[in-house]
Design a protein around this ligand. Structure first.
Ligand code: 3HC
Length: 300
């Protein structure tokens, strides 16, 4: 059955090579998923050799782990490993049909990435963005081919979370959208079409939930108590989730929503302090049991 709002799949273009801009945690999780499910060459790029090596290293290590667990055969391991490569140059994207960016969540950075991509890719290459909150229409507006840009928003951890939000901008054409839905299906994700509104669907819902949890903490209830109140209600309590998605992303999402809908969302000073202190989250998760870190406790 065709997902609601998806164009006829006959319009979808074949994808024989994928480019990924960024080699951070999200980008390398995407590379791992694309190589396993699409089984085509996947090229990761980033601004320096260390980041690229780290991204490719993550994919190789995860593939090794899956093979050691017997989840993929030795033959597949060798093939998948050889399909993943990395570079600091985007020249390898020249023959890519589908490029996804997962760089810093800042409109000007994303626009710059797409402007550079237009110099190296063919005119029909789809430009997908894993933005969690920014406008697809605005991101595409200055390009020669804005019709090829589409939102393609994954959730953390990418290997486990079933959902993919697909977001057309005002100028996205049907061939681009159909390709995005076809790729999403090949990735075995549940694809939904979301409107190009701040934070789309999931992060807008999550923003209310996280904002209210933060407000309760800012009113004086300890973080661990708020998190414990979620026992059985959600797979992960709100302040543990902040560590999973990254405090900067959580804050950025909250701030985007406050700007868009000031009467309904809340920017938490506690979260702002966590990001300013560059801490990875509120908890130390190494023991398997969340323990509030002394640095985080000091910020509250
Ligand atoms: N990478 C790959 N696989 C992972 C993983 C990771 N980081 N973390 C967990 N998994 C896998 C495990 O290997 C295991 O797989 P298996 O059953 O096949 O062996 C499975 O997930 C379950 O893991 P665990 O038993 O260790 O732990 P849990 O049952 O507690 O599940 C969880 C972990 C899946 C992360 C679960 O806690 C969860 O669903 N949390 C909520 C996550 C969430 O809400 N994500 C959305 C965040 S919002 C977002 O990403 C949007 C962005 O724009 C900000």
């Amino acid at each position: 059955k065709r997902p609601a709002g998806a164009p006829d799949k006959a319009l979808a273009r074949t994808v024989t090579k994928v480019g990924i801009v960024g080699a951070g945690l999200m980008a390398s999780q995407l590379a791992l998923l694309f190589v396993q499910r699409l089984q085509v060459p996947v090229v990761l790029t980033d601004i320096d050799d260390d980041r690229v090596a780290k991204g490719v290293g993550y994919v190789h290590a995860e593939l090794d782990r899956l093979a050691a667990k017997g989840r993929i055969s030795r033959d597949r391991l060798t093939r998948y490993r050889s399909l993943v490569s990395g570079s600091t140059s985007k020249a390898g994207f020249a023959d890519a049909d589908f490029v996804i960016e997962a760089v810093f969540e800042e409109m000007s950075v994303k626009k710059q990435v797409f402007a550079e991509l237009e110099q190296v890719t063919g005119a029909e290459c789809v430009f997908a963005t894993n933005t969690s909150s920014l406008s697809i229409t605005e991101m595409a507006a200055d390009l020669q081919h804005p019709e090829r840009v589409v939102g393609f928003h994954f959730f953390n951890p990418v290997a486990v979370m079933p959902l993919l939000e697909i977001i057309p901008g005002a100028q996205t054409d049907d061939a681009t959208l159909a390709t995005a839905f076809a790729v999403g299906k090949d990735l075995k994700k549940t694809c939904i079409r979301a409107a190009d509104r701040p934070s789309f669907i999931v992060n807008r819902l999550l923003g209310r939930f996280m904002g209210e949890a933060a407000r309760i903490v800012d009113e004086g209830t300890p973080i661990e108590v708020v998190d414990r109140a979620f026992a059985g209600l959600a797979p992960m309590p709100p302040f543990v989730l902040i560590g999973l998605v990254g405090p900067a992303i959580a804050l950025h999402n909250g701030e985007t929503l406050v700007r868009a809908f000031p009467d309904r969302f809340y920017a938490s000073p506690t979260l702002q302090r966590l990001v300013a202190a560059k801490l990875p989250g509120f908890y130390d998760l190494s023991s398997g049991r969340p323990v509030l870190t002394p640095e985080a406790a000091e910020l509250i």
